[in-house]
Write a new protein. Structure first.
Length: 229
């Protein structure tokens, strides 16, 4: 065999060895039974849901080509995204938009985010309507704001107009709105230091309408400062 032939053989053998796919060396079930760890001969591993074993026909010694590797990686990412959603929802209710933003910041792909959130939404564990109801109840206990401010805040959290228009009137009754206006008026009167225009701007910023302010708050403003004279 001449030198050129020997070089060709060595090159072919190197190319062949470089193209060898890793294979599955072990399938280890997690203690909770919620995942299976797929270990490969190249020392990498994936955590996937148990149903993936059947779905992808996984078994010991199975070669993992680029297509299967990509599917394992996607299953691993989706499982991780679901765990993160469960963790976040265990702390408090979230809107779908809030969760999507938090997952994006953690570098999850759009596909994994969408599938993970769909899973929780289809199980009623994620619900924008329930989130809006709880958020409004908590908010009006802590802050004295009008419906305009509340609606704007919910829209920033990705809640749809349809859900807001249905939930807000029920959770923020006329009586509750009046109480919020009275509390906000009292606080704003003192902070305005007698400046009528500043007083009005403060209430408008809190989400009360000009009609509400004109019908109730302005007379309280003048009454307060008249009594100080």
């Amino acid at each position: 065999m001449n030198v050129r032939s020997m070089v060709s053989v060595v090159h072919a053998e190197n190319s062949s060895s470089q193209n060898v796919n890793p294979h599955i060396t072990a399938l280890k079930e997690g203690a909770s039974g919620e995942y299976v760890q797929v270990l490969l001969s190249d020392s990498s591993s994936f955590f996937v849901p148990p149903y993936t074993l059947v779905e992808l026909h996984l078994r010991i010694d199975l070669d993992v080509d680029s297509v299967l590797h990509e599917r394992l990686s996607a299953a691993d990412e989706l499982l991780s995204a679901k765990y993160k959603v469960a963790e976040l929802l265990s702390r408090r209710e979230h809107s779908r938009f809030e969760l999507s933003n938090k997952l994006q910041k953690r570098q999850f792909s759009n596909e994994a985010i969408s599938k993970a959130l769909d899973t929780f939404q289809n199980s009623n564990l994620l619900d924008d309507r329930r989130f809006a109801e709880i958020w409004i109840r908590n908010r009006i206990r802590r802050k004295f704001e009008g419906p305009t401010k509340l609606k704007a805040a919910l829209k920033q959290k990705g809640v749809s107009d349809e859900v807001i228009d249905d939930v807000l009137p029920r959770e923020f009754s006329a009586e509750a709105r009046q109480q919020a206006l009275e509390q906000a008026t009292e606080k704003s009167i003192k902070k305005s230091q007698g400046d009528r225009d500043k007083f009005i701007r403060m209430l408008l910023y809190r989400g009360f309408s000009w009609k509400q302010i004109n019908n109730y708050s302005i007379s309280k403003f003048f009454q307060y400062y008249d009594e100080l004279r």
